[in-house]
Design a protein around this ligand. Sequence first.
Ligand code: HEM
Ligand code: HEM
Length: 227
Amino acid sequence: MKKIIRIWDLPIRLFHWALVVCIVASIISVNIGGNAMQWHAYCGYTILALLIFRIIWGLLGSTHARFANFVPSKAALLGYLRGKSKAVLGHNPLGALSVLGLLGVLLLQAITGLFADDEIAFQGPFAKYVSETVIGIFSEVHEANANLMYGLIALHLAAIFYYQKIKGENLIKPMFTGDKEIDPSEEVKYSPAVLGQASKDGSLQRGLALLLLSVIAIVLGYFITSS
Ligand code: HEM
Ligand code: HEM
């Protein structure tokens, strides 16, 4: 019988798919331009709230959500690259780097957007507090960083496709169900201690996550609307 282990708690799964929807919507709206820039901004604020939530959840959240449990040491990364390490349940050492890269690039994108100007009719809400030169710099970074973002997303999707097709490991299903299913024949790939590391995903964790996201949304909403 397969061992079923919860790896991604509901907050992480909702974070991930909400992030994907908002990024797609932000790209569509910026390409439409004009009045749709307001929607680009709404998507950007939501992404910023989601990212702040994810960073705090990386400190308070369940086992596999925590940075301390997946940010790799140099030795772990080298061991993984040499194919010498045991299998892991959550992000593998290389995947962890791509997750950190994505979170960092998206955070920079959301923050620079707050000060950017499309030189037509739309400005980020904090642009009025800085000089024209600073607006110019933030807008340039926002534009250039968007390319880095596309690159990292492409790499992310390529890595998932590689795992699916070449390594025969479906990473996508656990991002929906939360669970990793391990066949008895695969158990030797993991150390026994690792197989005991499930993520807690009860109503307490979910309630805490909802409270946290609500507080972030209210505080962020306050700063944006009162600017
Ligand atoms: C806008 C596009 C996307 C972005 C920005 C993005 C971002 C991320 C981030 C930040 C994580 C880390 C999750 C966490 O620990 O918080 C992640 C993980 C993951 N994403 Fe995406 N994602 C995107 C699209 C997709 C799509 C389209 C799929 C499925 C086809 C997907 C499948 C996954 C999977 C399976 C993981 C877990 C990887 C693992 O097992 O280590 N992502 N993604
Ligand atoms: C992570 C969230 C965000 C993403 C993924 C994103 C993505 C993008 C992309 C792809 C572009 C087009 C860049 C180009 O010209 O090639 C753009 C432009 C722009 N975005 Fe965002 N954006 C985000 C957040 C924001 C926010 C929060 C605001 C302001 C409220 C904003 C305001 C703008 C403006 C004013 C432009 C035009 C800048 C220019 O033409 O130089 N963005 N954004």
